[in-house]
Design a protein. Structure first.
Length: 95
């Protein structure tokens, strides 16, 4: 079993094997944590746009937007998009 991302005091992201404790560096710069598309979607979420509105604006399906939301939440290790917006702002990923 592995934990997907863990940010430590060195601000690097690791894949951690929870059975052995072995760490593998994934990122050394948290600005790489989210893709450009995920950052864009998070900006729109932060400004109050719904998944449907985001989907229409980006000309993608609502399902795709919802999947991006899930990926953002998982990558930032938060429970919801409100926390994701707050953490992303703190990390400097969005304005």
């Amino acid at each position: 079993m592995s934990k997907i991302f863990s940010l430590d005091s060195s601000e690097a992201a690791y894949l951690i094997n929870t059975m052995t404790g072995e760490k593998k560096i994934l990122l050394t710069d948290e600005s790489q944590l989210l893709s450009d598309r995920e950052k864009s979607i998070l900006q729109m979420i932060q400004s109050g746009k719904s998944s449907k509105m985001i989907a229409d604006r980006l000309e993608i399906s609502k399902h795709t937007v919802d999947r991006h939301r899930q990926n953002i939440i998982a990558k930032l290790q938060v429970n919801n998009t409100t926390e994701a917006c707050h953490k992303a702002k703190k990390l400097g990923l969005v304005d």
